[in-house]
Design a protein around this ligand. Structure first.
Ligand SMILES: Cc1cc2nc3c(=O)[nH]c(=O)nc-3n(C[C@H](O)[C@H](O)[C@H](O)COP(=O)(O)O)c2cc1C
Ligand code: SF4
Length: 448
């Protein structure tokens, strides 16, 4: 992990990297009534970007280059440059190639892809189709979280309409480009959102992540070249084509530009999904966008990008923006921009206990450090929470994290370890306060 600071020093900057965000006009979720309906989407210029690309005779490579130039980075958690990822696909041969649109959305604190699918489904389809063209792909699987039953039905209904109007399927806009979109109901586990286990799940197998390399572009679905992108990532693509790479690159934070959906939950007055440019000050999101803390309580902690990203103490967020550089400086990560806000009454040990339970429950069990480690983490945090822990358990927790981080097939083990390591580091007094009074640090025992 790229976190450089665990001490809580903030940069002291007080300016947002999101520019004049109060004047920002939404593009991913614009305030248009019934935008999910195909007629309305068309009226608002929908599918024009796809038309432009296909009938304006853009070369597939030009589309990928444009997306690369825009600086779009994946919104699924890892923030990888999208256009660059597309260029990893090998040259076309006789066999099939696939795109997987990742709508598994299971990380606690993350609920923004659902909004896109509900309110702007055709933007997602249009992004998928343009991505397929850029990579010469003829089948995309849209993998939607199994528990999102209503959204699956909704997407299927809208997809049928897009097929009927000729936007999806054979010879789109009368060109020789044909692409199918297949909606796939997720298998109901957090691990299905990890890109390689998503492909295993699609193939009808148990969702065990694969060892990388080979990467999906070399060996993906059914062993064929495959690219996996998040729903929100692909929804940005038609906007880049219609408004230009420069527009996108100039919006928000320089190194992670564009519009982003901030999913804000917890102890704020108005939790919800808010669209603004990247680079918003965390304090603006809490005190302005979300109308402040519930019951005027004091802020205690912010988890900026989904439950796996390290929590920041209230005194660490001063001047910190929601972008890769600023959050790294503060000691956390952008993740999915699913921000959890906790007030002064929050018991951080209990919070960590809940989070550790989740990762233990969701470990697929394939690798020992994760299968055993997540269980140990949960049990130890529970022991401390119940007043049965001692100070050596705190050291043991950190040792366990070190045995898990970077030693497993996929990043779930890291996602389980980071909240433990950084919650303990930044809220240690709360853990110590719950330890048995008789407990003595090992060093003192040795001296005695
Ligand atoms: C345990 C785990 C769960 C994940 N869940 C999701 C998910 O629900 N949705 C998602 O888009 N990415 C998820 N990811 C990240 C994907 O592996 C992958 O990086 C992402 O879908 C790529 O899309 P992007 O480049 O557009 O962000 C998960 C990763 C891990 C390790
Ligand atoms: S790290 Fe955990 S979730 Fe990932 S493959 Fe290993 S056991 Fe499974």
């Amino acid at each position: 992990m790229e976190v450089t600071s665990s001490s809580g020093t903030s940069s002291g900057k007080a300016t947002s990297n999101a520019g004049n965000w109060k004047e920002y006009e939404r593009v991913l979720l614009p305030p248009v009534k019934d935008l999910h309906k195909l007629d309305v989407y068309e009226d608002k210029g929908g599918y024009a970007a796809l038309r432009e690309v296909l009938t304006g005779k853009w070369e597939p490579a030009t589309v990928a280059d444009t997306v690369k130039a825009s600086g779009l980075r994946g919104r699924g958690g890892a923030s990888f440059n999208t256009g660059l990822k597309w260029t990893f696909m090998p040259p076309v041969d006789d066999g099939p190639r696939y795109l997987c649109c990742n709508g598994d959305e299971s990380e606690p604190g993350t609920f923004k892809d659902r909004q896109l699918m509900e309110y702007n489904p055709h933007l997602v389809f249009e992004g998928i189709l343009i991505a397929c063209y850029a990579m010469s792909i003829t089948t995309c699987y849209l993998y939607i979280r199994g528990e999102y039953a209503d959204w699956i039905t909704h997407m299927e209904r809208e997809l049928e309409k897009a097929y009927a109007r000729g936007y999806v399927g054979k010879n789109i806009f009368g060109t020789d480009f044909s692409t199918d979109i297949v909606i796939h109901k997720g298998a109901g586990a957090y691990i299905c959102g990890e890109e390689t286990s998503l492909m295993e799940s699609l193939e009808g197998k148990r969702a065990y992540p694969r060892i990388k390399p080979p990467f999906p572009a070399q060996f993906g679905c059914w062993g064929r070249p495959t690219t996996i992108n998040n729903v929100e990532t692909l929804a940005c693509v038609p906007l880049i084509i219609s408004r230009g790479a420069d527009w996108f690159a100039g919006l928000g934070a320089k190194t992670l530009p564009g519009p982003v959906l901030y999913g804000i939950s917890g102890h704020v007055n108005r939790p919800g999904v808010y669209e603004y440019p990247t680079g918003m000050l965390i304090s603006d999101l809490i005190y302005d966008v979300c109308r402040g803390m519930r019951n005027d309580k004091k802020l205690k902690a912010v988890v900026p990008g989904g439950s796996s990203t390290p929590p920041l103490r209230a005194d660490m967020i001063d001047g910190i923006c929601m972008d890769a550089d600023s959050l790294r400086e503060a000691g956390s990560m952008m993740g999915t921009a699913g921000m959890l806000v906790m007030d002064e009454d929050t018991d951080m040990v209990k919070w960590l206990r809940r989070v550790s339970h989740f990762y233990h429950h969701e470990s697929c069990g394939q690798c020992t450090p994760c299968r055993e480690g997540t269980g140990w983490l949960e049990r130890l945090v529970a022991k401390i929470d119940e007043g049965e822990g001692n100070l050596r358990d705190l050291d043991l927790l950190i040792d366990l994290c070190s045995e898990m981080e970077g030693r497993t097939v996929c990043a779930l083990a890291d996602a389980a370890a980071w909240p433990v390591r950084y919650t303990l580091d930044r809220f240690r007094d709360e853990f110590e306060a719950k330890c048995r009074p008789s407990s003595v640090p090992v060093t003192q025992l040795v001296t005695a």
